[in-house]
Design a protein around this ligand. Structure first.
Ligand SMILES: Cc1cc2nc3c(=O)[nH]c(=O)nc-3n(C[C@H](O)[C@H](O)[C@H](O)COP(=O)(O)O)c2cc1C
Length: 261
């Protein structure tokens, strides 16, 4: 039984006599339309000169921000590089790839490891329900310690050793502890947001090319990125040119990738 008088985000139902948050799973979504978005996405390396409408760009970025993210901590940033001078520099940093040169928009996708503490606190401040459950409170209070590698990975190595010992007796988290593991942690969630981004462009009739072929030092300098920010890819977006896809899509046989155990 749902309480329709409350905003959708605060609907509760009774489960075993206890009030529980309830968010129904929408049904009737057209899977064939979704499939078309997924299957028609290709890496496009040549775009027409048609600009992407501002509202489309914003909608795609908003959908990127809805990607799942580890601990809900949203360790990403998207720099839409619009100034012509900066764009020219970014194209060069992308080694003048045609996908960058012809793109109507260039978006640098950045994974961040330096906002974990801030965002853990923000999460507690902005928790979307009147009371923050005790478990949630404890979780976000602990997170800053969890993901802090310490100077020269010193905390990380202590945590690794402690959990390895505990791991002899029970399942334990094996990371992320070191700074490179935390970097990978942020990159994973950011890459998911990138996928949302490119699928959203496709759904709007535009195309993209993810690029990790760029000079990180130059991109860092261009965007004045600090140590805790890692550009993981540049997404070029625009309208697909007639010869924008260079060859048919290649995917190896399913058996190489999908296993039932
Ligand atoms: C992380 C990542 C980095 C990529 N970097 C580049 C790149 O620098 N330049 C490029 O032309 N394509 C790049 N690609 C596109 C891949 O080459 C492409 O996805 C792959 O060949 C499969 O083709 P499809 O995307 O059309 O299915 C990249 C893709 C990913 C996921």
């Amino acid at each position: 039984m749902s309480d329709a008088s409350q905003p959708a985000s605060h609907q509760t139902i009774l489960v075993d006599g206890k009030p529980r948050y309830h968010e129904p799973a929408p049904q009737g979504i057209d899977v064939e339309q979704f499939r078309q978005v997924v299957t028609s996405r290709r890496s496009v390396r040549k775009f027409t000169r048609k600009p992407i409408p501002r509202e489309v760009l914003d909608d795609c970025l908003d959908m990127a921000l809805l990607a799942p993210c580890s601990s809900g901590l949203q360790p990403w940033e998207f720099y839409v590089v619009r100034s012509p001078e900066k764009k020219a520099k970014l194209v060069k940093a992308c080694m003048s790839q045609l996908a960058a040169k012809t793109a109507a928009e260039l978006i640098v996708c950045v994974a961040r490891t330096d906002r974990i503490d801030d965002f853990a606190r923000k999460m507690l401040r902005e928790w979307p329900m009147p009371d923050v459950p005790k478990l949630v409170q404890r979780y976000y209070q602990l997170i800053p310690y969890n993901y802090a590698p310490g100077p020269l990975n010193s905390f990380a190595l202590v945590k690794k050793a402690a959990f390895a010992a505990g791991g002899l007796f029970a399942a334990v988290p094996r990371g992320p502890y070191t700074s490179s593991e935390v970097q990978l942690w942020a990159a994973k969630s950011t890459a998911l947001a990138c996928e949302n981004l490119v699928l959203a462009f496709r759904a709007h009739g535009y195309d993209t090319c993810m690029m990790e072929g760029f000079d990180e030092v130059r991109v860092r300098k261009l965007l004045k990125l600090d140590d805790g920010a890692f550009p993981i890819m540049v997404v070029g977006a625009g309208e697909r040119a007639d010869d924008g896809v260079f060859w048919p899509q290649v995917r190896f046989e399913r058996e190489l990738f999908v296993h039932e155990v």
